[in-house]
Design a protein around this ligand. Structure first.
Ligand SMILES: *Cc1c(COP(=O)(O)O)cnc(C)c1O
Length: 346
């Protein structure tokens, strides 16, 4: 095993930059350019998003998903509002309170549903549970697409949640850390999965799709992005050499590289799942709909895999492990990993 190969399934952010993003990054290094986003690279990447989503949306580039989610939610909510999200949502479990911090106190209300997907009944009960002045007013619905459990919201599920949001005057934020994987899995247009289903703001991750870093915050309801530039600046997210954050996106958005990267990751995850399914003692904790495989392995197998050097996360419960694929995952990685699971399962 080469030194870094044991990270093949630890996360989709263990991979580097894809060649197209790297080429665009290097191309942006030629000559001088205006700073703070007033450059042609940033304008072109923003236009590429408007083409992709088939609408006149507002686009901002920030460094991390945590910043994207937190600042987007802060633009939807006042300090006395609340955000409804699934209990497994990254904004709740992995952002160190940043959404609450940047919104000056908006409370997260945790909902439930199978496979990491918020169930409409859970949303309804959270919104209607309290309507008095003593409890924060529900203002936003946050949906992760694909979810933290490796599943995807289908268009009809999104439309149902969209209708509910309209009924209760909730704005919809989408955490699209794996938005590309969801589009690849569902084979529907990006527009269908966002503004056509009622999504007001999408945080589209480039990092997990093949950039070195960077997320796009895309406002479909342009009224909500008023003064968003100030939020970015105050949060230290207005990058002065913006072209290095925005230009690599053009590498992804030209010729559908973003979708190919996601398709590759999803395909490898399906291969991994199918190969593991043939091994006795392997059960799955979640369906594999995007680029993650959630497996219940005997404790001895988990320990054995770690001893052999494999890096991966175990969470949700004892014996559950998560294996993520990326644009860079190779079939030989899958084969080597499955061979190890098979050997340890004998
Ligand atoms: C990775 C990820 C993010 C972004 O995380 P950062 O480390 O802040 O870039 C957001 N949401 C989900 C669901 C993620 O998996």
């Amino acid at each position: 095993m080469r030194a870094h190969d044991d990270y093949a399934f630890a996360s989709d952010n263990t991979a580097g930059m894809c060649p197209e993003a790297l080429d665009a990054f290097c191309a942006a290094n030629e000559g001088l350019a205006a700073s703070y986003g007033d450059d042609s690279w940033t304008a072109a990447a923003s236009d590429a998003f408007r083409d992709l989503f088939e609408t006149d949306c507002d686009v901002y580039f920030v460094c991390t998903g945590t910043a994207a989610n937190s600042l987007a939610l802060a633009s939807l909510c006042a300090s006395y509002h609340s955000v409804i999200a699934h209990e497994l949502a990254h904004i709740e479990t992995d952002e160190c309170g940043a959404p609450e911090f940047f919104s000056n106190g908006s409370k997260l209300l945790m909902g439930a549903g199978e496979g990491g997907k918020l169930h409409p009944n859970s949303v309804r009960s959270l919104v209607t549970r309290r309507t008095d002045i003593h409890s924060p007013k529900p203002k936003a619905l946050s949906l992760s697409q694909a979810t933290e459990a490796g599943t995807v919201y289908r268009p009809d599920e999104l439309r149902a949640l969209g209708a509910l949001a309209r009924e209760f005057e909730l704005k919809i934020h989408m955490d699209g850390a794996r938005f590309a994987n969801a589009v690849a899995a569902l084979e529907v247009s990006p527009a269908e999965l966002t503004w056509k289903a009622g999504v007001d703001v999408l945080c589209f991750s480039g990092t997990k799709n093949g950039l070195g870093m960077g997320e796009a915050v895309i406002f479909f309801d342009r009224a909500l992005s008023e003064e968003f530039a100030y939020r970015c600046k105050q949060a230290g997210q207005l990058v002065s050499k913006m072209r290095f954050l925005s230009a690599p996106w053009q590498g992804l958005l030209t010729n559908g590289v973003w979708l190919e990267n996601a398709r590759h990751a999803n395909k490898l995850a399906t291969q991994l799942r199918n190969s593991l399914a043939a091994i006795e003692g392997v059960r799955f904790a979640q369906p594999t709909e995007a680029n993650g495989v959630f497996v219940c392995l005997p404790e001895a197998v988990i320990l054995g895999l770690r001893e052999r050097g494999w890096k991966f996360y175990t969470f949700i419960g004892q014996g559950f492990a998560r294996f993520m694929c990326s644009w860079k995952t190779r079939e030989e990685d899958v084969d080597r990993f499955v061979a190890d699971v098979r050997a340890l399962s004998r």
